[in-house]
Design a protein around this ligand. Structure first.
Ligand SMILES: Nc1nc2c(ncn2[C@@H]2O[C@H](COP(=O)(O)OP(=O)(O)OP(=O)(O)O)[C@@H](O)[C@H]2O)c(=O)[nH]1
Ligand SMILES: [Mg+2]
Length: 271
């Protein structure tokens, strides 16, 4: 049990900007019994070339992250599976901590992803927000879990692109699986550098949120709330960092505006 094989599956699409450092951080894990699988959505950049430097298990498969990860799990040999995005750098202890935690009788584990603030001021505001979600099950999603559990809940819903991680965690919760948290983190390098680019991403995600909402009617009321309980719980953060606090509130109006517009268009298209 202490040296069980862990399958790490990285889904990619034109990911050459960060893939090399991502895969390097997987190779540098203190836990060594790792099978690395890359499932690529027909990239036209150097993604495949980079991936092949680190593993021979590189597959081509569409059409988006959820379907690609499910496919990767089918190809895996590990007892545990771990979904790592191609723009993450893992702390060296992440896999070891996941293993230690899962052996304490958990089924799935959350390693917090924190925005890389070197990307710019939007990433700084995002970090102010996202770090409030560390250890909070409502706004987190497990990516490391027992393969058997992954299969029992039928993996990721392939119809969902935005909010697929929330959907997945909600399925785990409904089936009464136990989710634990670790302190080690993943650094999310792929933060938006321009505000407009970021808002357009939410506009696009908004269009797809119809699918997440349909599957998660109750949970979405809390998970997509404009003013979240977790902000109130972290009120001191807003007092001690007033500029970030105010920046976050303004940013949130824009995010919900663009996301909401996308959502309305998505709904109209569905009708
Ligand atoms: N955009 C996109 N990403 C894909 C696709 N297939 C796999 N991925 C991977 O899905 C993961 C997440 O994609 P990102 O574009 O980084 O999106 P994200 O980080 O979830 O978005 P934010 O958290 O909102 O910044 C990355 O590992 C991508 O390489 C695809 O077809 N399109
Ligand atoms: Mg990303």
């Amino acid at each position: 049990m202490n040296n069980t094989l862990v399958s790490i599956i990285v889904t990619t699409k034109d990911s050459s900007e960060f893939l090399d450092v991502c895969l390097k951080s997987i190779k540098k894990q203190t836990y060594k019994n790792i099978e690395l699988i890359v499932v690529d959505n027909f990239s036209t950049d150097k993604t495949i070339e980079i991936a092949k430097k680190y593993t021979s298990k590189v597959f081509l498969k569409g059409h988006e992250r959820s379907a690609q990860f499910n496919f990767g799990v089918e190809k895996s040999s590990g007892k545990f599976v771990y979904r790592v995005d191609s723009d993450f750098i893992l702390d060296r202890e992440v896999v070891q901590q996941c293993m230690d935690k899962i052996n304490e009788n958990f089924d799935a584990i959350v390693a917090h992803n924190s925005p890389d603030i070197r990307a710019g001021w939007i990433a700084k505001i995002r970090k102010f927000e996202v770090d409030m979600y560390k250890y909070d099950i409502t706004h987190s999603a497990a990516r490391f879990l027992k393969k058997e559990v992954f299969q029992k809940i039928s993996g990721y819903n392939e119809k969902i692109i935005a909010g697929e991680d929330y959907d997945f965690q909600n399925k785990l919760n409904r089936a009464n699986y136990k989710t634990g948290f670790i302190s080690a983190e993943a650094l999310h390098l792929g933060e938006s550098k321009s505000f407009l680019e970021h808002l357009m991403k939410y506009y696009e995600y908004g269009k797809d949120f119809v699918n997440y909402k349909n599957e998660n009617k109750e949970e979405s009321k809390v998970q997509l709330k404009f003013i979240r309980g977790i902000y109130l719980k972290n009120w001191k953060k807003f007092i001690f960092h007033p500029i970030f606090g105010l920046g976050f509130i303004i940013y949130n109006f824009f995010k919900f505006g663009f996301g909401g517009l996308g959502y309305l268009i998505g709904r109209i298209k569905k009708i």
